[in-house]
Write a protein that binds this ligand. Structure first.
Ligand SMILES: [Fe+2]
Length: 373
């Protein structure tokens, strides 16, 4: 075995590649799997089974020129040619595949409403730059307001499916929030609706929520929205012991009615791999009897109550009146929502809603390209 470029350093299980930012270590399995020949050009899926190799991949020759790393594999009749730009991008991104949808969250507070991105339904449907702006806002702020919505059932379908397929829940693909006889949910009454995220009783709670306001001429009934991840990050600073408890334990949620008995455990505050708050689950009306050890509850309950009270503080809650023709769209794992009570006798209030997965939102953003405004 020899190396034409002595700057490459071979090791037992991997090699060091001299990139512009310095030496970066790559494992041989990873390099063999990174070969473009492992991907079927038609399906774009991986068709090479590395587990079928008779022995661990090891190079017989390695060279680096013309911006490429070339590896001949010792126990196979195979050569891999890997662009250094691909290796550099991977190294620069901390060993992760670069992702344009990996947009840092921008926290917002009581004055958030004034700064929500506003896009017309027509612009989203006819202009990819505007659609990118809409998707970008949903990832960065977790919320956006669509205006000039056409007043029909089909209008919400068009808007939602511009991001991805509508995902069903037990109520079906769509729900209508208005007064109903024998309501199955507090939302379908004229009462105040406490701040919550939707349907934590599901194994995986719905991702992006759409609420299309079709009519709202009642007294009261203002919408309340809170950036829950901003509140959780504030809790981390102000009461780290409470924050740690809410990150550490799952608690039960339920939804029961005639013919249903949904149950799931969720974590009130979720962290991503980097330790940032990535989501939260709050629902007083769907929270079941907490099944943590009773002695742990001595500490857990005060933390949970404190967090519930924080979510209602004026510094965090943005209040506004949703008008007919507007659709508020938000990340149900980040944005906590509720409404003030309204007077049912003096008008009509009708919101039509549905959900789309957050994975669909990010997929749409990626396929729209890197140059989001
Ligand atoms: Fe809700």
């Amino acid at each position: 075995m020899h190396s034409e470029n002595h700057a490459i350093k071979l090791d037992k299980k991997g090699l060091y590649v001299p990139l512009s930012t310095g030496l970066f270590y790559f494992n041989y399995y990873w390099l063999r799997d990174a070969c473009s020949s492992t991907i079927d050009p038609a399906t774009r899926e991986r068709v090479f089974e590395i587990s079928e190799l008779p022995c661990p991949p090891y190079p017989s020759a390695v060279s680096m020129h013309n911006g490429k790393l070339t590896i001949d594999w010792r126990d196979e009749q195979h050569q891999s040619v890997l662009p250094l730009s691909m290796l550099s991008d991977f190294a620069a991104n901390g060993g992760r595949i670069p992702d344009i949808a990996d947009i840092p969250r921008r926290p917002w507070y009581a004055d958030g409403y004034a700064n929500f991105k506003r896009v017309t339904q027509h612009d989203i449907e006819t202009n990819d730059t505007e659609k990118k702006r809409f998707a970008h806002a949903l990832i960065e702020d977790g919320i956006a307001l669509v205006t000039d919505m056409h007043n029909s059932d089909e209008s919400l379908t068009r808007l939602a499916t511009s991001l991805g397929p509508v995902t069903p829940v037990v109520d079906g693909y769509y729900f209508d929030v208005r007064l109903t006889i024998d309501p199955t949910n507090l939302a379908y009454t004229a009462n105040a609706l406490e701040l919550h995220t939707d349907l934590p009783n599901e194994d995986s709670a719905p991702g992006v929520q759409f609420l299309h306001c079709r009519a709202n001429d009642v007294s009261g009934g203002r919408s309340l929205f809170v950036d829950g991840t901003a509140v959780a990050e504030t809790l981390r600073n102000e009461k780290p012991e409470f924050f740690n408890l809410l990150c550490a334990h799952d608690i039960p949620f339920y939804r029961r009615h005639i013919g249903w008995d949904y149950r799931a455990h969720q974590r009130i505050i979720e962290l991503d791999a980097a330790g940032n708050v990535s989501g939260l689950t709050i629902s007083q009306h769907l929270q079941d009897s907490i099944d943590l050890p009773q002695s742990l509850l001595d500490d857990y309950y005060p933390a949970l109550c404190h967090f519930h009270r924080m979510l209602k503080e004026d510094r965090f809650v943005t209040r506004f009146r949703l008008s007919a023709g507007e659709c508020i769209v938000f990340d149900n794992h980040r944005v906590v929502h509720g409404r003030e009570a309204f007077v049912a006798e003096d008008g009509e209030r009708h919101l039509r809603g549905c959900y789309v997965d957050r994975g669909s939102l990010r997929s749409t953003y990626r396929t729209l390209g890197a140059n989001a405004s």
